[in-house]
Unconditional design. Sequence first.
Length: 346
Amino acid sequence: MVKDLKRRQVIAAAGIAGLSGLAGCVGEDAVENGDDTDDNGDEDANGGDEDDAGDAQPDEGGEVLSWHAGGTGGTYYPLSGDFKSIVEEHTAHGLQVQSTGASVANVGSLHREEAEFALIQNDIGYFAANGTGLEQFEGEPMENIRGVATLYPETIHVLTQEDSEIETITDLEGATVVTGDAGSGTQVNALQILEAAGIEEDDFDEQNADFDAAADQIRDGDVDAAFVVGGWPVGAVEELATTEDISLVEIAGDVRDDVMDAAEWFAADTIPAGTYDGIDEDVDTVSVQAMIATHEGVDEEIVEDVTAAIFDNTDDVTQKVDFIDVDSAQDGMPIDLHPGADAYFN
């Protein structure tokens, strides 16, 4: 059973803005990437645009399927482009890939059945399906959301200047910290981690910005640290590291254990040495998982066709190629599988 962290107004400040477009259901909050979460927000990403990745190209007998990704600067969006090419080559269906605010926005789109598929973080999927974890989900489970597959770790990066003398999460007490966009999955993760490490909301100065803006603030010395959630290498961090001396704050030892005990969707992770310029040693941290989700109203055969196309042709994927694999596609799956995905995997 998930151990709910005390909410500490996790999205209180941002939630009003995030909820304003929901009209009785959830889903228009901005989420970085991992992909968003970058990946939001990856995983989330810098997101919220309504761009489309080309026209859907269904063959005779196929359908146009709406696929919600993340911001164009993250991993969700180009990865979704890979999936579009694969699905359109190996099925009769066409994918219309849309840039969005990523995880929180995307579970809302699925719940309202405005999209057939979406990329989300696994923790956000759990919260949404179970009506818990975030203020805007509390008591309002999105019971029609279904899982398809997990994809790759969305790694928690805690970015600072190389000479900041911030080495561990506990060093952030009293610091000015960017926790991600207001209402984003990155902000949720950051506040969970800080609280699990014993840093209360009054113990630091919280700032909100997307990944690119946060990198600029680190460069300019306007903030002490910034949380970025995404599959490494994250573009905003990679770009900053080419021009500035940076450091990545570790989440390790007892602190990492406390974080994973407090929120079971976190897993131990490591950013390898050399991933970013100037980072010459492995950095211990934690991660959540990026995943494909759908809703129960999507036809079982369509979900099985799309799932089979992707996982029978992973050699054609250009993003996160070391992680996306049929053998690990159910690791960390937090919600019930769609019958079409179940038919393929099981």
